[in-house]
Design a protein around this ligand. Structure first.
Ligand code: WTA
Length: 653
């Protein structure tokens, strides 16, 4: 356990408030406590039963084939089309006029709503265009777009024709985009001229142009006109969305694909510099996302207005803005911009306007709202909210209680949901009609999911102890592999504790056996709910000609959970760098990876603390970055290094 996790454990141990569901809520909830017993009695049969919520073109013969573990096959022999499950079947069931999305653009007054019928037609149009461009089932398509409806259309059009998409978050740099396009060998890129963020344009097409200099195999891009700014269009390569998709045929015959047909690749940071392409497949993923949205958010698709305030470019957006909600015929909200554009009440204005009844967001947002003050949400009518959720990082009890009090009017259940890009859907969470929530605890593995906390040797720890979080059983929406690297899949997730999935998180079982998540135990940081790898940022820094060596740590940060702090040793010829060098290197990282990776602080040091085997002791650097007394230094090759670093910082301050 790291020092940070130990102190987190101490804080949490003193938390003893609980919030049981009200009898009225429990009485109307979608699931009751018997669901756990059903799942425990026969986990595989439980999932087989749940799979009836999907519409199958051909039924499956076997629920789970785990004979080639850790490579799972769910719903063997079954066939379906993901887009048909998300769209056509609802229209056929008479729900064509239901709103699928209320879209709220950032510019004031820019809003529109799209029904299931309209969305189906738009997806058919895009599917026809992709097929016309020669995209076939199995071909990868890259998507680099803002938070607009066309992004959903693009993803579902890919799903409809069986072409796995890889959505790259619009905040990533040209380099990061190129690396991802090359890794999955995408030949077509769907993008936009740009998007809006805090009143300014975030340019996208120029970034694509720069990325494509390194990707000669990309033959076509299709560009949505969103901001209307001037962009260069390459003849023979770049097409406008409005000239192609908007004028295409509105019907499209969808083909059924195997349950295990690849649906998408989502890149996420690992402990090495190279991002991992997490592969999700069709039926199990769609089941996991739709079932958990219904179960954990107590979804009533006829009446709820559901808002996952997350970017579509991350897994939360994939699972709970797009696939889960659409499969359930949900009415959702999509908001393009920043929470303070043009004013700090923007989210609450949106909740009031659409009567949002379920809100799902990240602790970093909640802490920001806390900082801005409770008087801002108090100006709006938030009485439509009946469930509020949290995801992405541990939610500290204070933020949980504030959220429940000031956003949930002191009455809504709060669901703290733990999961990962790799798990595809929610894994550990309270059930709002069943569980007495504890602020800060994700509580219990959901029905059908096996989770445990183990020690270094892989033994289950007793209640009241901490250790590593593992998942003990395969589950339908699990990642199937790392794109192009099955060995890395086995090695990263299934080798640390044989037979168990190692999540990379520290966790604790409290005296009642409930689970508390404590953050990463590896070299992965969690900044504002975004996963960043220390190694990836270190590699970016040393790629700068001025830098000789770099060490990056995630230091705790009041708002973003963690923040990136970098320690760098400059090359001799760069001199002592001067104050500009920190600014220059921060921008350098933003350019190399993306703005989300830009260090909060860069400290120029003469040496880095290393063990005798040469491993950088990040724990000590974290002490410095968090302004704590430096911990045990006895394993350092040179024990005076930390004094030098501390001394250097004192002079700098
Ligand atoms: C962290 C986001 C504590 C965790 C869906 C995990 C959490 C990583 C929680 C996955 C939570 C996510 N409590 N920590 N409720 N939810 N995490 O892949 O460290 O972007 O491993 O998926 O976020 O981040 P990812």
């Amino acid at each position: 356990m790291t020092d940070t996790t130990t102190s987190a454990l101490d804080n949490l141990a003193s938390e003893d408030r609980t919030f049981p569901p009200s009898p009225e809520f429990a009485a109307q909830a979608n699931v009751d406590a018997s669901i756990y017993a059903e799942a425990d009695a026969d986990r595989v049969a439980f999932w087989g039963e749940r799979a009836k919520r999907l519409t199958w073109a051909e039924p499956f013969e076997q629920v789970l084939d785990w004979s080639d573990a850790p490579f799972a096959k769910w719903f063997v022999g079954g066939k379906l089309n993901v887009a048909v499950n998300c769209l056509d079947r609802h229209v056929e069931a008479g729900l064509g006029d239901r709103v699928a999305y209320h879209f709220e653009g950032e510019p004031d007054g820019d809003r529109s709503s799209v029904t299931y019928r309209e969305l189906t037609e738009r997806v058919c149009q895009a599917a026809n265009v992709l097929e016309g461009l020669g995209v076939q089932a199995g071909d990868r398509v890259a998507i680099y777009m803002p938070m607009i409806l066309e992004t959903v259309v693009a993803m579902l059009a890919c799903a409809r024709i069986g072409a796995p998409h890889t959505v790259v978050f619009g905040g990533f740099s040209a380099d990061a985009l190129a690396t991802r396009i090359l890794d999955c060998d995408a030949r077509v890129v769907l993008t936009a001229d740009g998007g809006w963020r805090k009143g300014a344009e975030v340019p996208l097409k120029p970034v694509v142009d720069e990325a494509l200099e390194r990707c000669p195999d990309v033959r076509t891009t299709v560009v949505v006109k969103r901001t209307g700014s001037d962009v260069a269009m390459v003849d023979g390569r770049d097409l406008w969305w409005h000239d192609t998709v908007d004028v295409a045929e509105r019907t499209h015959e969808a083909q059924a694909f195997d349950a295990e047909h690849p649906l998408y690749v989502m890149y996420t940071s690992g402990t090495t510099g190279k991002p991992k392409g997490i592969l999700h497949t069709s039926a199990g993923y769609l089941l996991g996302t739709s079932w958990t949205q219904w179960e954990v958010f107590d979804l009533k698709p006829e009446t709820d207005v559901y808002w996952t305030a997350a970017d579509i470019g991350w897994v939360t957006g994939h699972s709970y803005v797009v696939y889960g909600p659409l499969a359930n015929a949900t009415t959702s909200v999509i908001y393009e911009g920043a929470p303070d554009a043009p004013h700090k009440g923007r989210w609450w204005e949106i909740v009031e306007r659409y009567g949002v009844s379920i809100l799902y967001c990240a602790p970093t947002a909640i802490r920001t709202f806390m900082k801005w003050g409770a008087d801002i949400p108090a100006k709006y009518d938030l009485s439509s909210l009946r469930i509020i959720g949290s995801v992405g990082e541990p939610i500290n009890p204070e933020a949980y209680v504030w959220y429940r009090e000031h956003i949930g009017s002191g009455r809504t259940p709060v669901v703290d949901t733990w999961w990962q890009t790799e798990t595809g859907s929610l894994m550990i969470s309270p059930l709002p009609g069943v569980t007495a929530g504890k602020p800060g605890a994700a509580m219990k593995a959901l029905p059908g999911i096996g989770a445990d906390v183990v020690d270094d040797a892989g033994n289950s720890v007793p209640d009241g102890s901490g250790g590593y979080l593992v998942l003990t059983e395969p589950w339908p929406s699990m990642l199937r592999t790392i794109w192009g690297d099955p060995e890395r899949y086995r090695e990263t997730y299934w080798s640390r504790f044989p037979g168990k999935y190692f999540a990379g998180d520290g966790a604790k079982k409290d005296a009642d056996g409930d689970l508390w998540l404590l953050g990463r135990v590896d070299d992965v940081m969690n900044v504002a709910g975004h996963r960043l790898s220390t190694t990836e940022i270190e590699s970016a820094l040393v790629a700068n000609p001025k830098v000789a060596e770099a060490a990056v740590v995630g230091a705790s940060d009041e708002t973003t959970g963690q923040a990136v702090v970098a320690f760098v040793i400059l090359r001799g010829e760069a001199g002592d760098g001067g104050p500009e060098v920190a600014t220059e290197l921060r921008e350098w990282v933003a350019k190399q990876i993306g703005k989300i990776a830009r260090p909060r602080q860069i400290l120029v040091v003469a040496e880095l603390p290393k063990t005798r085997s040469g491993k950088i002791m990040r724990r000590l650097l974290r002490d410095v970055a968090e302004n704590r007394p430096v911990g045990d230094v006895t394993t350092l090759a040179d024990t005076t290094v930390m004094d030098t670093i501390r001394g250097g910082m004192a002079t700098a301050a």
